[in-house]
Structure formats: C-alpha cells, structure tokens
Design a protein around this ligand. Structure first.
Ligand code: NAD
Length: 465
C-alpha cells in the first residue's frame, strides 16, 4: 500500500483513491488521500527540519549523493510503477529513473558562490545566497519521477526543505520515491503528500510555504501565480509549450525524419518540449511528410510492460478525449490525415500515431498544445514567414531549426521567441543547461546553476573598512 511521507514517517492518508493503468483502463493501485490536517503536519515538519538543514552544507551534498545511489538501486521498482500508472515503455521509464539519479548527482556537485560586488578601501560588499524556507513542489503526470527530481534536488541542495505533491493520475512512483529517499535525509526534509487539484491549491496558499515550484499546464500555472501573489510567495512555473520545428530547404529528409519523429512522439507526444508543429520548406516538405508517415505506420504501439512496445497509450482518459477532439476538429477544418487519425481498438487509452497536413495556423491542432501523438506539418516558401508563424503563439518554451548548414540555422536562432533553441536536434535536455519558458510557457528557470540559484534569495552584506 502506497503511503505518504510526513516528518520522516510513512503514514496512511485520510482516505484512498484508485489509480488506473492507462494500458488497460483497470486499477493499477490505490493512493492515499492527504487531508488538510496532514498537509499542515507536513509543512510543520518541513519548517522544523529547515532549522538544522539550512546550516549543514556538507551534509546536504552527501545526502544528495546518497539519494542518487538510492534511486539507482531502486530503479526497477520505480520504473515499473511509472509504466503501470503512466503508460510509457518500461525501458523509457527506466531511463527516466536513471535520469533522476543523474540529476541528484549533478546537483550535489554544484556550489553556491558568494560574489563580491565591491572590495576597495572604503567597503567590501558581498552578495550571498540564502535558502528560502519550505518549498511546495507540484508535478504533472507525464514524467512523475524526473520532474520531481528537478525540484527536490536543487531545493534541498540550497538548504530548503520540501513538501511535494504529484499528479493524482500518477502518484504511485512519486510516493515510492519519497519513501526510498527517507533513509538519506533527516526527518521532515522531504515530505510527499498526495491528492487532487484542491490539495495543490492548499499548498499554493499555505502560509508556511515560502516558494512554489510548479510544473503543469498554463491554465493551472496562472492560478498558482494568483494564489502565490496574495502572500508574495516566490514562484517558478514550468508550463505548456507548442514547440515548432523549422526545417530549411537544404536538409536530407530521410536522415532527419527519425529525429523529428521521436522528438514529437516520444512519451506518446506528452512532453512539454516535444515538437508540436513542423514547418518544412516546400522543396523538402513532401519527402519529409512521407518519411514521418512511414515511421508512424511502423511504430509498435502497446502496453509499456511488453518489451517490443515503442509507444504506450495516452496517460489518462481526459487526455485521450482531448486528442480525439483535436484530430476531429482538424479533419473538419480541411486537414488531410496522412496516417493514423483514430483510436486503436482497446480498453486502454491508445491512439494511432497521426500525421496531419493542410492545416491553417488557427486550427486548434496547430494553435493549441495537443500533448498527444498527432503532429501537424505545414509547408512554407519563405523562412521569415515560417518564423513568424512559429512565433505567432502564446507559448514560448522551445523550438528547433534543421539545416545541412549549421551556421545558417544558428544565425536564425535569435529570431525564435522561446527559451531554448535546438539546432538539428530537439529535446536534448541535460542537467547543466537551463530550461525556462518565455511568454505563457512559464516564469523562472530550472536546471543548471541557474535553477539552483532560483531556490535561493539574495542577501547583500556591506562591511565598512
Ligand atoms: P495540470 O496543470 O493539470 O496539473 C499539474 C499539477 O498541478 C497536478 O499535480 C495537479 O493536481 C496540480 N494542480 C492543478 N490545478 C492546480 C491549482 N489550481 N493549484 C495548484 N495545483 C494545481 O497539468 P497536467 O495535465 O498534469 O500536465 C500536463 C501539462 O504540464 C502540459 O501543459 C505540459 O506542457 C506541462 N508540462 C510542462 C513542463 C515544463 O517543464 N515546462 C514539463 C512537463 C509538463
């Protein structure tokens, strides 16, 4: 039975709720429902633990290294829970868990410098960094373990303590992660609670929490910002995206198609920074679409527990319904379904990998974040027009430019209105590079030294000579 981690103890919830396996539509397990009183206990425990934790820098580094080892040692258990509740193929779930271990190890290696703003005959001015206090971390259902690691590791490294809430669709792996990490951490340093959006709201408005680190939809992110504003709580928001891939006229379609395909369809398209729109020059467009469709038809879709599976189901019924609705809307608005376009007959939430052409920029499949295995591909004749279309979006998470001439692509990069631009690749996410969304894709930054500093506040110390 899954348990909450509160104050260093494994406890049952005030109630329970069922978690479904998206490959079968059947129960995957049950999760504890955290009451408001239990949330208060978790925040109190985190506040008490903060007093000693913030002072012991060497212990924090060692503890994070131990967390990394514990995650690796329990990789199989965690990966199986991810596949069971989220749906991705087991090999990819294992990669997610190993990624989380790598993030902890990398973050353990970082140090927080004291900078010197001035050091002269009159005065020395030091700019130091302090931990913020109790961090409320809220995660979505697409990458439950690694996205939790992106929050826990820098928060703890900087000297904060954490109350973490996973998505109610995928709580089981995160609850297990919380349980596993307790042996590396003093009681109360990491608390994992569990429940729906209402519990998320209770976290974002909790007076004992000083910072919210949130990953999820733009709609919920705006609510989080409003709630946090009431008490000037600090926020980092990693929100939705509608990444464009801009393909120039000089590429070899056959060689780039597999990279573009998997950057769009990995995790069944449910990645914030997946390719969600392709703009290809008219000279290469027909061949590129042909290659993408060929790959789409060859993908083995199935239960992530089967070793031959390359793509799992959508993670939950509402997300499947959304993808069905967007593809139907595209069809009604003149889209040509090159391949796919329908559910796969099964009790699970499967949808065939889908390539759509012929869509205008205001059709929902192009304009909104589909977060599923349906990729709209558009042809252009002038690269300035393609960049304008890519930028004509409320989102600004990331994007990519593809060309046989790397320099040509690099020169276009500053024109894209997004936080990360990849050249001849997409979604190569590493622990030492920052992720930050422009426009409605977020506020603040995660990863690298920048993400670590985002878990601190500045303090200036001025010392007269
Ligand atoms: P969601 O916003 O519905 O839920 C995310 C989390 O927030 C869940 O734990 C949920 O219970 C909680 N929540 C919902 N409403 C809340 C509120 N008002 N106050 C506090 N907490 C609340 O998102 P989702 O459907 O779980 O995830 C998919 C979304 O996440 C997509 O838009 C995707 O692009 C985004 N995402 C972004 C990144 C990134 O790094 N930018 C990474 C992964 C996913």
């Amino acid at each position: 039975m899954a348990t909450l981690s509160i104050g260093g103890r494994q406890v049952s919830g005030a109630g329970e709720f069922e978690v479904l396996n998206p490959a079968t539509g059947q129960a995957a397990g049950s999760a504890p429902e955290c009451s408001r009183a239990q949330l208060d206990e978790a925040v109190d425990a985190a506040a008490r633990a903060f007093v000693a934790w913030k002072r012991d820098e060497p212990a924090r580094r060692a503890a994070l290294e131990q967390c990394s080892d514990l995650i690796k040692a329990n990789a199989e258990t965690l990966a199986r829970l991810i596949t069971l509740e989220q749906g991705k193929p087991l090999a990819k779930a294992t990669r997610e868990v190993m990624g989380a271990a790598a993030w902890f190890r990398y973050t353990a290696s970082l140090t927080i410098p004291t900078e010197v703003a001035r050091d002269d005959a009159q005065m020395r001015i030091e700019v130091r960094r302090r931990p913020i206090g109790v961090v409320g971390a809220i995660t979505p259902w697409n990458y439950p373990v690694i996205l939790a690691a992106w929050k826990i590791a820098p928060a703890l490294r900087a000297g904060n303590t954490v109350v973490l809430k996973p998505s109610p669709f995928t709580p089981l792996a995160t609850l297990k992660l919380g349980e596993i990490l307790q042996s590396a951490l003093p009681a109360g340093v990491l608390n994992v609670v569990c429940g729906g959006d209402e519990l998320g709201k209770a976290i974002t408005s909790h007076p004992g929490i000083r910072k919210i680190s949130f990953t999820g939809s733009t709609c919920a992110g705006k609510h989080v910002a409003q709630s946090a504003a009431a008490d000037l709580r600090r926020i980092t928001l990693e929100l939705g995206g509608n990444d464009a891939a801009i393909v120039l006229d000089d590429v070899d379609p056959a060689s780039i198609a597999p990279k573009i395909f998997w950057a769009a369809f990995d995790n069944t398209g449910q990645i914030c920074a997946a390719i969600k729109r392709v703009y290809a020059h008219e000279r290469v467009f027909p061949d590129l679409v042909g290659e993408l469709a060929r790959i789409a038809r060859s993908v083995r879709v199935g239960d992530g527990m089967f070793p031959e599976t390359e793509m799992g189901p959508l993670s939950n019924a509402p997300q499947l319904e959304r993808v069905v609705e967007l593809v139907e809307d595209a069809r009604r608005n003149g889209g040509e379904i090159v391949t796919g376009g329908a559910r796969i007959e099964s009790p699970g939430y499967f949808f065939a990998p889908t390539i759509v052409t012929g869509l205008g920029s205001h059709v929902r499949l192009v304009a909104e974040e589909q977060f599923g295995p349906a990729l709209p591909c558009m042809s252009y004749s002038d690269v300035d027009e393609a960049i304008a279309l890519a930028n004509d979006s409320p989102f600004g998470l990331s994007g990519s430019i593809w060309s046989a001439d790397t320099q040509r692509a690099v020169e276009l990069a500053p024109q894209l209105e997004c936080g990360t631009v990849w050249i001849n690749q997409h979604m190569t996410i590493v622990p030492d590079a920052p992720i930050s969304g422009l426009k409605s894709s977020g506020i603040g930054v995660e990863n690298g030294p920048w993400g670590l500093l985002a878990m601190t506040e500045m303090q200036t110390v001025e010392i007269p000579r």
